[in-house]
Design a protein around this ligand. Sequence first.
Ligand code: LLP
Length: 418
Amino acid sequence: MNYFEYRDGELFAEGVPVRRIAQEVGTPAYIYSLATLRRHFRVFDQAFASFSHVVCFSMKSNSNLAILRIFVKEGGGFDIVSGGELFRALRAGADPKKIVFSGVGKRKEEFEYALTSGILMFNVESEQELTVLNEVARGVGKKAPISLRVNPDVDPKTHPYISTGMKKSKFGIDIKRSMDEYKRALSLSHLEVIGVDCHIGSQLTSVPPFVDALTRVRSLVDALRKEGAGIRYLDLGGGLGIKYKDEDPPHPEAYAEALIRGLEGLDVTLILEPGRVIVGNAGILVSEVLYLKETDEKKFVVVDGAMNDLIRPALYGSYQGISPVMKRDGEGIVADVVGPICESGDFFAKDREIPRVQPGDFLAIMSAGAYGFTMASNYNSRPKAAEVLVDGANFYVVRGRETLEDLIKGEVIPPILQ
Ligand code: LLP
């Protein structure tokens, strides 16, 4: 459920007409609803209320400081994958003891930064990473709290680019080899083995793959305890899907119920790393229609947003709903909704039935709160869009639109060229 709704044919974000924001802030602009973000976080968190847990929001899905701050205030932690994300989380006021650090390619400086910040746990993804982390921890005179990210070889039945828990994936350590790696970790002086981690993929729309993964990692926890490892945390990653179009993903309560059933009798603190399910449907991208273009074959609606602002359709062929900000009467059209970038892949929708629009109209690209702005780039030297947070009848620009000067920040013409 979210708070983007029509009132008398006009799209509102909570109590604010989307048109008003588009006119005052300009387009393209991301608009997020605070009430939706809070609601999604609370529904998810409360679904696990009967089991000791920490919700570590996966900030790769949306890392705007204001949004992170909402989750800090809700008592959440963060799943990070880089030093940059750690910096953002700390700036947003995060408790380092609620931060878990995942990712296949962590650098030494990132280990050092995270160790000195005192994060909860490193999710280690390879044998060599164990060695390097142990050395860095020795260097800073600390013990690094770790889990191994194991790869339980479960098919999440989602898009291949976002499946991560299968044998052929670059992520994690094969669960069959993980016991040997854990034994090695236990023998290293500057590591403290405290958890087991897995993440099998993103945009999962059914519960069984999560339960299968849990069953496999649970046996590992039992086996590790027999080896004397003090396993206190079980991190089951993120991945719960949302409705973009026809999907019917499980409600967080059904997901939580199934996991809690699978955890019965196990004395651990559960870590969850949801991203999309919290922010995906809490944000939209608003664009202005620039031109209508018609060929013998097709109609095109050219808007001012592009694949540099929201790359999901271009990268995954994914579906994003497209809604008019002001509904017009009359018959719709079938068109491609495209951006100004010089690539045929620059589209938000293909052969989509949409209401008739005119240049100057605004269109909302729905379900854009997750992996929208965080995947944006400056391709074609396009300044990044503004980000706006709506709270009831008020709205706040939480990231100003980039300027032309921002585009060349750090670039230098060396003296030999002057
Ligand atoms: N934890 C780990 C270790 C992850 O790799 C991810 C996502 C998550 C948690 C959060 O997953 P979520 O709850 O958001 O499904 N850019 C793609 C999605 C990439 C997901 C990468 N990992 C997209 O736009 O669909």
